[in-house]
Design a binder for this molecule. Structure first.
Ligand code: SAM
Length: 284
């Protein structure tokens, strides 16, 4: 199942998410935040292992839109530190495989899952979303949160996802998309500059998915919810100071500027947020 060679990844994206000493920094930050790494609870991790706007609430909302059945085989593409894959595994009582181009993130995803006693139901592989190391029709559900903005070749991404989905299988995603307000202000949490950022508009993404043979089941613009969440979060961090346990562990000292730009981009309509579910036709 593992690729025989290091997958080709755009250097700007790989560099953005590279974090070689992440494991030791996460463990130290857990202790600094008065959490016990030897008795971890899933909720201890949501500030870092749900690396998307609205965190765990957005994951729960998208999972609810799925009307899921137990026992599915799920693939989480661009899984990050694995928070959503662990949530889905618990919710659906199923196995989830996460793939991410970052070996550092996969390493920490494995470490956290071991500490939560979940290694028998979640697994993580370093792999490129454009060359998934799985056979055809292997999965019931592909899950994606905040990935496509790092992927330039979107037709290849959705072709590859469709290839690994069974007939009748579903693609659930929560994505940052281009808005009508113009170019984004950089840096943002997914890219320090435009070389790692490739935003599609809502219209382009819908058209592309239809062209690739997916049928829409659910589409919800959640930009307003994201904007309100970001405003509350920024207000809270102004009042309470920075927590030792947060996304700065993944993104470094530049994180406050990235978060500030994320809010500005939302306010100025430069980005939008969409939750959606699509299906491969059952008779495919
Ligand atoms: C903003 S993070 C979201 C992580 C996770 N989905 C979550 O919501 O917590 C984007 C993730 O996509 C991964 N990624 C970007 N390009 C990728 C690619 N071509 N193949 C696989 N993973 C990729 C990054 O390494 C990063 O972990």
């Amino acid at each position: 199942m593992m690729p025989a060679h290091e997958p080709m990844r755009p250097a700007a994206v790989a560099g953005h998410y590279s974090s070689p000493d992440l494991e030791s920094r996460v463990l130290a930050a857990l202790v600094a935040a008065e959490k016990n790494p030897d008795q971890l609870r899933p909720e201890d991790l949501t500030a870092i292992d749900e690396f998307h706007v609205r965190g765990a609430a957005a994951t729960q909302e998208l999972a609810a839109a799925l009307e899921p059945a137990p026992g599915l085989l799920v693939l989480d593409v661009g899984c990050g530190l694995g928070g959503a894959s662990r949530y889905l595994s618990r919710l659906l009582d199923c196995h989830v495989i996460g793939v991410d181009q970052s070996s550092d993130y996969c390493h920490v995803a494995r470490m956290l899952s071991e500490r939560l006693g979940m290694s028998d139901r979640v697994a993580y592989l370093q792999a490129d979303a454009l060359e998934l190391p799985f056979g055809d029709a292997a999965f019931d559900l592909v899950w994606i949160q905040h990935l496509s903005m790092n992927i330039e070749d979107k037709p290849k991404l959705y072709r590859e996802i469709r290839r690994v989905l069974k007939p009748g299988g579903r693609l659930a995603f929560y994505e940052i998309l281009a808005g009508p307000g113009g170019e984004v202000h950089f840096p943002v949490p997914w890219a320090r500059d435009p070389s790692a950022s490739f935003l599609a508009s809502q219209e382009d993404l819908r058209r592309l998915l239809t062209e690739e043979g997916f049928q829409p089941l659910f589409w919800q613009d959640v930009t307003k919810d994201g904007l309100e969440w970001f405003r509350r979060r920024q207000q809270k961090s102004r009042e309470g100071g920075a927590s030792p346990f947060g996304l700065h562990l993944l993104l470094g000292e530049g994180f406050p500027a990235m978060a500030g730009n994320q809010l500005r981009n939302l306010e100025e309509g430069r980005i939008t947020l969409v939750e959606a579910v699509f299906q491969v036709p059952p008779d495919n």
